[in-house]
Design a protein around this ligand. Structure first.
Ligand code: SAH
Length: 390
């Protein structure tokens, strides 16, 4: 039984119920090892739906279904996976790498499945989904006949659920995958890479960056926090010269191999701390027609936001100062805690400090295969602002 606050949140379309919203259990609380879904009722005994139970997380219940008689059985799972697949068939263009299942946004809380060509990478991040993992793998095999399935259950959030961290091959032999995105070939290692191998949420923004570069006849571009070269490779097809910076040597080596795989010879890969490099370039008077900023999440929590805003502002200010007149700034943030309005605000402050007025060309978000569920604000996290500086 949940209190009014929990019931209202769920009736408003959210899927989470916090431990502090739970009033009690009938007939008794589930034992700590229980994995079966539980029925959720409000104070008056009205049914709200069926939910996965997490014994340790502050998010104690996650709604699986709202129907009174529903059971979260194999048919339910199959239907949700098929719906997730059907949606991707409609929204994904020119890519065989994309997020196939995006957890809450696909009605499957705690489950992530990414497709990389003939390989699938799976994350079961909650107690309930971990218990279902074998059934999910069997269904994915039947629906998609992948050659390879890996699990990347080595993410910190599993600890909050009391689940062990592990990664490895579930099916197939090799964790090397090769994919084609917008006509570019990328190779990656599904067990080594950050996230599940690539930052697929930026995929549509890579393409947009190249389109803007063409529209503004950008000759020189700087891709800061480039990882394996998503922006840089797309930009290299549109610009004369691209410089791409990351602090991770393995990421740059993979990026360089990706450039070679596509016959692109106009990218310089630079291993550096982005903060030091931007400062150095700013003082040295280096100039570019376009700068892309795609830092890791500086604000991992609401309380870390103040310090994070300082970091975001610093890199935006330096990037602006090295833009040629009429140059483009593409500024991203993947931190859910930094709202788009806050990103725009700090960009405006940086623009004022640099005396480089900015015009917004476009405000973008995560790729469509990472759907945003309107009632679950946490499902929207990536911001990508495209602006032109005077
Ligand atoms: N732009 C990439 C994703 C970037 S993820 C894409 O679209 O695919 C963030 C990247 O920042 C990671 O590759 C990480 O290695 C790098 N990074 C983190 N801190 C850094 C720092 N201080 N200087 C340079 N790179 C850093």
């Amino acid at each position: 039984m949940v209190n009014d606050r929990g019931a209202e949140r769920v009736r408003g379309g959210h899927l989470w119920i916090y431990a502090s919203d739970i009033l009690g259990f009938e007939p008794a609380p589930p034992p700590p090892e229980a994995t079966a879904p539980v029925r959720v009722r409000d104070r008056r005994g009205r049914e709200l739906g069926l939910a996965d139970w997490s014994p340790q997380s502050q998010i104690r219940l996650r709604l699986l279904s709202r129907g009174a008689g529903d059971t979260a059985d194999g048919a339910w799972l199959r239907q949700r996976l098929e719906a997730a697949l059907a949606y991707r068939r409609r929204v994904v263009r020119e890519s065989d790498a994309y997020r196939l299942v995006s957890a809450e946004a696909d009605g499957l809380p705690g489950l992530i499945v990414d497709r990389y060509g003939a390989a699938l990478s799976l994350q079961a991040l909650t107690w309930g989904m971990a218990a279902r993992q074998d059934a999910i793998v069997a269904l994915l095999e039947r629906l998609l006949t992948p050659q390879v399935i890996v699990e990347r259950n080595d993410v910190k959030v599993r600890e909050r659920e009391g689940l062990p961290l592990r990664s490895g091959m579930l099916r197939g032999e090799s964790a090397r995958a090769e994919v084609a995105i917008h006509g570019l070939r990328f190779a990656l290692d599904l067990l080594e890479g950050q996230k599940t191998g690539a930052f697929l949420d930026q995929r549509e923004n890579w393409l947009a960056a190249a389109q803007w570069a063409r529209a503004f006849q950008v000759e020189s571009a700087l891709d800061v926090f480039c990882y394996q070269g998503g922006f840089a490779l797309h930009l290299a097809r549109a610009c004369k010269r691209v410089e791409a910076v990351d602090s991770s040597r393995p990421a740059l080596e993979a990026a360089d191999a990706n450039a070679a795989r596509n016959g692109l010879e106009n990218i310089d890969w630079v291993e550096a701390n982005a903060f030091d490099l931007l400062k150095h370039y700013d003082q040295g008077g280096n100039q570019f027609d376009m700068v892309v900023l795609d830092p890791p999440a500086f604000a991992k929590s609401r309380s870390a936001l103040e310090a994070a805003i300082g970091g975001y502002k610093e890199i935006n200010l330096r990037a602006l100062k090295m833009l040629k007149p009429g140059g483009l700034l593409i500024s991203c943030s993947c931190s859910h805690h930094l709202a788009e309005s806050e990103l725009l605000g700090l960009m405006a402050a940086a623009a004022a400090d640099a005396r480089r007025p900015l015009t917004i060309l476009e405000r973008r978000g995560q790729a469509l295969d990472h759907p945003v569920l309107l009632a679950v604000p946490e499902s929207a996290y990536l911001k990508c602002v495209v602006a032109v500086a005077r």
